[in-house]
Write a protein that binds this ligand. Structure first.
Ligand code: OSB
Ligand code: MG
Length: 368
Protein backbone atom coordinates (compact mmCIF):
# COMPACT_ATOMS: atom_id res chain seq x y z
CA UNK A 1 0.00 0.00 0.00
CA UNK A 2 3.14 2.19 -0.22
CA UNK A 3 2.96 3.72 3.26
CA UNK A 4 5.20 6.77 3.63
CA UNK A 5 4.19 8.12 7.05
CA UNK A 6 1.96 7.50 10.07
CA UNK A 7 0.82 10.40 12.27
CA UNK A 8 -0.78 9.82 15.68
CA UNK A 9 -2.76 12.67 17.23
CA UNK A 10 -3.77 12.30 20.89
CA UNK A 11 -6.81 14.49 21.47
CA UNK A 12 -9.21 15.22 24.32
CA UNK A 13 -12.68 16.75 24.40
CA UNK A 14 -15.36 17.28 27.05
CA UNK A 15 -18.72 15.54 26.51
CA UNK A 16 -21.74 17.87 26.32
CA UNK A 17 -23.09 16.04 29.39
CA UNK A 18 -21.73 13.16 31.51
CA UNK A 19 -22.34 9.58 30.27
CA UNK A 20 -23.35 7.71 33.42
CA UNK A 21 -23.39 3.94 33.94
CA UNK A 22 -22.98 1.82 37.07
CA UNK A 23 -19.29 1.61 36.09
CA UNK A 24 -18.81 5.37 36.50
CA UNK A 25 -19.27 8.66 34.66
CA UNK A 26 -17.46 9.63 31.47
CA UNK A 27 -17.08 13.44 31.33
CA UNK A 28 -14.11 13.78 28.97
CA UNK A 29 -13.05 11.64 26.03
CA UNK A 30 -9.41 11.08 25.16
CA UNK A 31 -8.68 9.36 21.86
CA UNK A 32 -6.09 8.61 19.18
CA UNK A 33 -6.53 9.81 15.61
CA UNK A 34 -4.38 7.90 13.09
CA UNK A 35 -3.42 9.37 9.73
CA UNK A 36 -1.56 7.12 7.26
CA UNK A 37 -0.08 8.82 4.18
CA UNK A 38 1.13 6.97 1.07
CA UNK A 39 3.91 7.96 -1.39
CA UNK A 40 1.36 9.81 -3.55
CA UNK A 41 0.10 11.93 -0.64
CA UNK A 42 -3.16 9.96 -0.32
CA UNK A 43 -4.29 9.66 3.35
CA UNK A 44 -6.31 7.16 5.38
CA UNK A 45 -7.87 7.96 8.76
CA UNK A 46 -8.47 5.72 11.77
CA UNK A 47 -9.36 6.19 15.45
CA UNK A 48 -8.28 4.38 18.61
CA UNK A 49 -11.36 3.97 20.80
CA UNK A 50 -9.81 2.77 24.09
CA UNK A 51 -10.72 4.97 27.06
CA UNK A 52 -8.28 6.72 29.42
CA UNK A 53 -8.95 4.03 32.04
CA UNK A 54 -9.79 0.31 31.57
CA UNK A 55 -13.44 0.46 32.71
CA UNK A 56 -15.01 -1.06 29.57
CA UNK A 57 -12.17 -3.24 28.27
CA UNK A 58 -8.63 -3.82 29.49
CA UNK A 59 -7.07 -1.42 26.96
CA UNK A 60 -6.35 2.26 27.61
CA UNK A 61 -5.11 5.16 25.50
CA UNK A 62 -1.64 4.58 26.98
CA UNK A 63 -1.56 0.83 26.25
CA UNK A 64 -2.87 1.49 22.73
CA UNK A 65 -0.10 4.02 22.13
CA UNK A 66 2.51 1.55 23.35
CA UNK A 67 1.17 -1.20 21.10
CA UNK A 68 0.82 1.02 18.02
CA UNK A 69 4.21 2.67 18.49
CA UNK A 70 6.42 -0.18 19.68
CA UNK A 71 4.77 -3.26 18.16
CA UNK A 72 2.30 -2.66 15.32
CA UNK A 73 4.05 0.10 13.34
CA UNK A 74 7.36 -1.84 13.41
CA UNK A 75 5.44 -4.89 12.06
CA UNK A 76 3.98 -2.83 9.20
CA UNK A 77 7.47 -1.49 8.42
CA UNK A 78 8.95 -4.98 8.34
CA UNK A 79 6.19 -6.64 6.28
CA UNK A 80 4.80 -4.29 3.62
CA UNK A 81 1.18 -5.13 2.75
CA UNK A 82 -0.90 -4.82 -0.42
CA UNK A 83 -4.37 -4.96 1.17
CA UNK A 84 -5.87 -4.14 4.61
CA UNK A 85 -6.82 -7.81 5.15
CA UNK A 86 -3.08 -8.57 5.24
CA UNK A 87 -2.69 -6.14 8.15
CA UNK A 88 -5.45 -7.98 10.02
CA UNK A 89 -3.59 -11.25 9.38
CA UNK A 90 -0.21 -9.75 10.36
CA UNK A 91 -1.65 -8.38 13.62
CA UNK A 92 -2.94 -11.85 14.59
CA UNK A 93 0.64 -12.71 15.61
CA UNK A 94 0.09 -10.25 18.48
CA UNK A 95 -2.35 -11.26 21.23
CA UNK A 96 -5.48 -9.14 21.86
CA UNK A 97 -4.94 -5.34 22.03
CA UNK A 98 -7.86 -5.11 19.61
CA UNK A 99 -8.47 -1.37 19.88
CA UNK A 100 -4.82 -0.59 19.09
CA UNK A 101 -4.96 -2.90 16.06
CA UNK A 102 -8.27 -1.44 14.87
CA UNK A 103 -6.91 2.12 15.07
CA UNK A 104 -4.30 1.27 12.40
CA UNK A 105 -6.34 -1.27 10.46
CA UNK A 106 -9.29 1.08 9.94
CA UNK A 107 -6.92 3.81 8.68
CA UNK A 108 -5.53 1.27 6.18
CA UNK A 109 -9.07 0.47 4.95
CA UNK A 110 -9.77 4.17 4.41
CA UNK A 111 -6.44 4.58 2.59
CA UNK A 112 -7.10 1.52 0.42
CA UNK A 113 -10.58 2.75 -0.51
CA UNK A 114 -9.20 6.20 -1.41
CA UNK A 115 -6.35 4.66 -3.44
CA UNK A 116 -9.10 2.89 -5.44
CA UNK A 117 -11.35 6.00 -5.58
CA UNK A 118 -14.17 4.00 -4.02
CA UNK A 119 -16.39 4.60 -0.97
CA UNK A 120 -15.32 2.39 1.96
CA UNK A 121 -18.89 1.03 2.20
CA UNK A 122 -18.55 -0.26 -1.39
CA UNK A 123 -15.13 -1.83 -0.69
CA UNK A 124 -16.73 -3.66 2.29
CA UNK A 125 -19.64 -4.87 0.06
CA UNK A 126 -22.19 -2.66 1.79
CA UNK A 127 -25.66 -2.71 0.27
CA UNK A 128 -27.56 -0.05 2.26
CA UNK A 129 -27.42 3.64 1.32
CA UNK A 130 -29.01 4.78 4.61
CA UNK A 131 -28.32 3.66 8.19
CA UNK A 132 -31.14 3.59 10.76
CA UNK A 133 -29.94 5.56 13.77
CA UNK A 134 -30.41 4.77 17.47
CA UNK A 135 -29.20 6.66 20.53
CA UNK A 136 -28.16 5.88 24.11
CA UNK A 137 -29.53 7.56 27.22
CA UNK A 138 -27.00 7.09 30.02
CA UNK A 139 -28.30 8.67 33.21
CA UNK A 140 -29.33 7.47 36.66
CA UNK A 141 -32.48 9.58 36.96
CA UNK A 142 -35.80 8.51 35.38
CA UNK A 143 -36.85 12.16 34.97
CA UNK A 144 -33.62 12.95 33.08
CA UNK A 145 -34.06 9.83 30.99
CA UNK A 146 -37.59 10.85 29.99
CA UNK A 147 -36.46 14.40 29.12
CA UNK A 148 -33.61 13.09 27.00
CA UNK A 149 -35.82 10.52 25.28
CA UNK A 150 -38.31 13.25 24.38
CA UNK A 151 -35.53 15.35 22.84
CA UNK A 152 -34.00 12.43 20.92
CA UNK A 153 -37.36 11.34 19.52
CA UNK A 154 -37.86 14.91 18.26
CA UNK A 155 -34.46 14.63 16.56
CA UNK A 156 -35.76 11.52 14.78
CA UNK A 157 -33.86 8.67 16.48
CA UNK A 158 -35.56 5.34 15.76
CA UNK A 159 -34.58 3.37 18.84
CA UNK A 160 -33.63 4.29 22.40
CA UNK A 161 -31.20 2.36 24.59
CA UNK A 162 -31.07 2.92 28.34
CA UNK A 163 -28.48 1.74 30.84
CA UNK A 164 -29.72 -0.52 33.64
CA UNK A 165 -28.27 -2.32 36.66
CA UNK A 166 -29.77 -4.11 39.70
CA UNK A 167 -30.29 -0.75 41.47
CA UNK A 168 -31.93 0.83 38.42
CA UNK A 169 -34.12 -1.54 36.48
CA UNK A 170 -37.76 -2.43 37.14
CA UNK A 171 -39.11 0.88 38.42
CA UNK A 172 -36.81 2.86 36.09
CA UNK A 173 -38.13 1.00 33.04
CA UNK A 174 -41.72 1.15 34.36
CA UNK A 175 -41.58 4.97 34.48
CA UNK A 176 -40.26 5.13 30.93
CA UNK A 177 -42.81 2.60 29.64
CA UNK A 178 -45.64 4.56 31.29
CA UNK A 179 -44.58 7.61 29.26
CA UNK A 180 -43.77 5.68 26.04
CA UNK A 181 -45.80 2.43 25.87
CA UNK A 182 -44.88 1.64 22.22
CA UNK A 183 -41.33 2.99 21.97
CA UNK A 184 -38.70 0.62 20.51
CA UNK A 185 -36.49 0.43 23.57
CA UNK A 186 -33.65 -1.79 24.76
CA UNK A 187 -31.58 -1.97 27.93
CA UNK A 188 -27.81 -2.36 28.34
CA UNK A 189 -26.68 -3.82 31.68
CA UNK A 190 -22.90 -3.72 31.02
CA UNK A 191 -22.39 -6.95 33.02
CA UNK A 192 -24.05 -5.70 36.22
CA UNK A 193 -26.01 -8.91 37.01
CA UNK A 194 -25.22 -12.50 37.98
CA UNK A 195 -27.39 -15.62 37.63
CA UNK A 196 -28.49 -15.04 41.24
CA UNK A 197 -30.47 -12.06 39.91
CA UNK A 198 -32.53 -14.31 37.64
CA UNK A 199 -35.87 -13.26 39.16
CA UNK A 200 -35.04 -9.56 38.67
CA UNK A 201 -34.17 -10.29 35.03
CA UNK A 202 -37.30 -12.39 34.44
CA UNK A 203 -39.41 -9.51 35.76
CA UNK A 204 -38.09 -7.27 32.95
CA UNK A 205 -39.76 -9.46 30.31
CA UNK A 206 -43.03 -7.55 30.83
CA UNK A 207 -41.51 -4.35 29.33
CA UNK A 208 -41.29 -5.82 25.84
CA UNK A 209 -37.71 -4.70 25.38
CA UNK A 210 -36.19 -5.22 21.92
CA UNK A 211 -33.35 -6.96 23.76
CA UNK A 212 -31.21 -6.87 26.89
CA UNK A 213 -27.53 -6.23 26.23
CA UNK A 214 -24.77 -8.01 28.18
CA UNK A 215 -26.61 -8.76 31.44
CA UNK A 216 -23.94 -11.14 32.84
CA UNK A 217 -20.14 -11.19 33.16
CA UNK A 218 -18.06 -9.44 30.50
CA UNK A 219 -16.23 -12.64 29.51
CA UNK A 220 -19.13 -15.12 29.85
CA UNK A 221 -21.04 -17.09 27.24
CA UNK A 222 -22.00 -20.16 29.35
CA UNK A 223 -24.26 -18.48 31.90
CA UNK A 224 -25.82 -16.24 29.25
CA UNK A 225 -26.97 -19.43 27.49
CA UNK A 226 -28.56 -20.62 30.75
CA UNK A 227 -30.21 -17.23 31.26
CA UNK A 228 -31.58 -17.07 27.71
CA UNK A 229 -33.52 -20.29 28.40
CA UNK A 230 -35.25 -18.58 31.35
CA UNK A 231 -36.16 -15.17 29.90
CA UNK A 232 -38.19 -14.25 26.82
CA UNK A 233 -36.34 -10.96 26.16
CA UNK A 234 -33.65 -11.65 23.52
CA UNK A 235 -30.09 -11.40 24.85
CA UNK A 236 -27.61 -9.32 22.87
CA UNK A 237 -23.91 -9.76 23.59
CA UNK A 238 -21.41 -6.88 23.57
CA UNK A 239 -18.37 -7.31 25.88
CA UNK A 240 -18.32 -11.13 25.54
CA UNK A 241 -17.72 -11.06 21.77
CA UNK A 242 -14.17 -9.95 21.02
CA UNK A 243 -13.57 -12.18 17.97
CA UNK A 244 -15.15 -14.21 15.19
CA UNK A 245 -14.53 -17.38 17.23
CA UNK A 246 -16.39 -15.90 20.20
CA UNK A 247 -19.37 -15.07 17.98
CA UNK A 248 -19.44 -18.59 16.56
CA UNK A 249 -19.30 -20.22 20.00
CA UNK A 250 -21.94 -17.91 21.50
CA UNK A 251 -24.35 -18.62 18.64
CA UNK A 252 -23.72 -22.39 18.83
CA UNK A 253 -24.33 -22.34 22.60
CA UNK A 254 -27.48 -20.22 22.35
CA UNK A 255 -25.95 -17.48 24.53
CA UNK A 256 -27.56 -14.68 22.49
CA UNK A 257 -30.07 -13.95 19.74
CA UNK A 258 -28.43 -10.69 18.64
CA UNK A 259 -24.84 -9.42 18.47
CA UNK A 260 -23.55 -5.87 18.89
CA UNK A 261 -20.48 -5.51 16.66
CA UNK A 262 -17.90 -2.89 17.63
CA UNK A 263 -14.95 -2.49 15.28
CA UNK A 264 -12.53 -1.60 18.10
CA UNK A 265 -13.61 -4.41 20.42
CA UNK A 266 -13.04 -7.07 17.76
CA UNK A 267 -9.77 -5.71 16.37
CA UNK A 268 -10.81 -4.09 13.11
CA UNK A 269 -13.09 -4.05 10.09
CA UNK A 270 -11.90 -7.40 8.73
CA UNK A 271 -12.90 -9.26 11.91
CA UNK A 272 -16.12 -7.22 12.17
CA UNK A 273 -17.03 -8.25 8.62
CA UNK A 274 -16.27 -11.92 9.36
CA UNK A 275 -18.66 -11.79 12.34
CA UNK A 276 -21.27 -10.03 10.21
CA UNK A 277 -21.02 -12.61 7.40
CA UNK A 278 -21.37 -15.52 9.82
CA UNK A 279 -24.35 -13.94 11.62
CA UNK A 280 -26.04 -13.23 8.28
CA UNK A 281 -25.70 -16.90 7.30
CA UNK A 282 -27.04 -17.98 10.72
CA UNK A 283 -29.93 -15.46 10.70
CA UNK A 284 -28.60 -13.68 13.77
CA UNK A 285 -29.32 -9.95 13.44
CA UNK A 286 -26.44 -7.59 14.23
CA UNK A 287 -26.15 -3.88 14.96
CA UNK A 288 -23.22 -1.54 15.24
CA UNK A 289 -22.19 -0.55 18.76
CA UNK A 290 -20.82 2.82 19.85
CA UNK A 291 -17.84 3.91 21.95
CA UNK A 292 -18.65 7.60 22.65
CA UNK A 293 -16.39 8.11 19.69
CA UNK A 294 -15.21 10.98 17.57
CA UNK A 295 -16.20 11.35 13.94
CA UNK A 296 -13.53 9.17 12.37
CA UNK A 297 -14.68 6.04 14.18
CA UNK A 298 -18.30 7.10 13.64
CA UNK A 299 -17.58 7.25 9.88
CA UNK A 300 -16.08 3.73 9.89
CA UNK A 301 -19.18 2.53 11.76
CA UNK A 302 -21.42 4.01 9.06
CA UNK A 303 -19.51 2.15 6.33
CA UNK A 304 -19.71 -1.11 8.31
CA UNK A 305 -23.41 -0.70 9.09
CA UNK A 306 -24.14 -0.49 5.35
CA UNK A 307 -23.65 -4.28 5.20
CA UNK A 308 -26.90 -6.25 4.72
CA UNK A 309 -26.94 -8.01 8.11
CA UNK A 310 -27.18 -4.70 10.02
CA UNK A 311 -30.97 -4.80 10.21
CA UNK A 312 -31.44 -3.17 13.64
CA UNK A 313 -30.77 0.51 14.43
CA UNK A 314 -27.45 0.64 16.29
CA UNK A 315 -25.64 3.11 18.54
CA UNK A 316 -24.56 5.30 15.63
CA UNK A 317 -25.79 8.77 16.50
CA UNK A 318 -25.05 12.23 15.12
CA UNK A 319 -21.82 14.06 15.98
CA UNK A 320 -23.84 16.49 18.11
CA UNK A 321 -25.05 13.69 20.45
CA UNK A 322 -21.76 14.00 22.36
CA UNK A 323 -19.77 16.91 20.89
CA UNK A 324 -20.13 20.69 20.68
CA UNK A 325 -17.94 20.35 17.58
CA UNK A 326 -16.64 17.09 16.11
CA UNK A 327 -13.22 16.61 14.49
CA UNK A 328 -14.66 15.78 11.05
CA UNK A 329 -16.16 17.77 8.20
CA UNK A 330 -18.99 17.55 7.51
CA UNK A 331 -20.32 16.35 10.89
CA UNK A 332 -22.43 13.17 11.05
CA UNK A 333 -26.07 14.18 10.68
CA UNK A 334 -29.26 12.25 11.44
CA UNK A 335 -32.18 13.14 9.17
CA UNK A 336 -35.60 11.56 9.74
CA UNK A 337 -33.88 8.86 11.77
CA UNK A 338 -31.32 7.94 9.13
CA UNK A 339 -27.66 8.66 8.38
CA UNK A 340 -26.68 8.78 4.69
CA UNK A 341 -23.80 6.49 3.70
CA UNK A 342 -21.30 8.78 1.94
CA UNK A 343 -20.71 8.28 -1.79
CA UNK A 344 -17.27 9.95 -1.71
CA UNK A 345 -14.05 7.86 -1.69
CA UNK A 346 -12.99 6.26 1.62
CA UNK A 347 -14.94 7.12 4.76
CA UNK A 348 -16.29 10.23 3.01
CA UNK A 349 -15.45 12.62 5.85
CA UNK A 350 -12.29 14.69 6.28
CA UNK A 351 -10.41 15.98 9.32
CA UNK A 352 -11.50 19.33 10.76
CA UNK A 353 -7.92 20.63 11.17
CA UNK A 354 -9.01 23.59 13.31
CA UNK A 355 -10.85 21.33 15.78
CA UNK A 356 -7.95 18.85 15.76
CA UNK A 357 -5.53 21.62 16.80
CA UNK A 358 -7.93 22.89 19.52
CA UNK A 359 -8.22 19.45 21.11
CA UNK A 360 -4.65 18.21 20.53
CA UNK A 361 -2.68 16.95 23.56
CA UNK A 362 0.31 15.55 21.64
CA UNK A 363 1.42 14.28 18.25
CA UNK A 364 3.88 11.65 17.01
CA UNK A 365 5.11 11.02 13.48
CA UNK A 366 6.68 7.82 12.09
CA UNK A 367 8.45 7.73 8.73
CA UNK A 368 8.50 4.49 6.76
O1 OSB B 1 -21.73 -0.82 26.49
O2 OSB B 1 -22.35 -0.24 24.56
C1 OSB B 1 -21.70 -0.02 25.58
C2 OSB B 1 -20.21 3.46 25.35
C3 OSB B 1 -18.96 3.24 25.85
C4 OSB B 1 -18.60 1.98 26.27
C5 OSB B 1 -19.53 0.95 26.20
C6 OSB B 1 -20.79 1.16 25.69
C7 OSB B 1 -21.14 2.44 25.28
C8 OSB B 1 -22.46 2.73 24.76
C9 OSB B 1 -22.61 3.40 23.43
O3 OSB B 1 -23.46 2.39 25.34
C10 OSB B 1 -22.66 4.88 23.48
C11 OSB B 1 -22.52 5.51 22.11
O4 OSB B 1 -21.37 5.70 21.66
O5 OSB B 1 -23.53 5.85 21.48
MG1 MG C 1 -22.97 -2.35 25.62
Amino acid sequence: MKIAQVDLYIIQMPLKSPFITHLGAVTHREGIIVKITDHDGCTGLGEGVAFSTPWYTEETVATSLHMITDILIPLLKKYPIERPEEAAQLFKSIRRNHMAKAALETALWDLYAKQHSSPLAVILNGTQSMIASGVVVATNSPANAINQIEQYLEEGYQRIKVKINPEQDYSFLAEIRKEYPQLPIMADANSSYTLEDIDRLKALDEFNLLMIEQPLAQDDIIEHAALQKEISTPICLDESIVSFDDAKKAIELGSCQVINIKVGRVGGLYEAKQIHDYCLAKHIPVWCGGMIEFGISRAHNIALASLPGFTIPGDISASNRFWEEDIILPEVQVENGYIKVPAEPGIGYSLNEKRLQETLLSKRTFHF
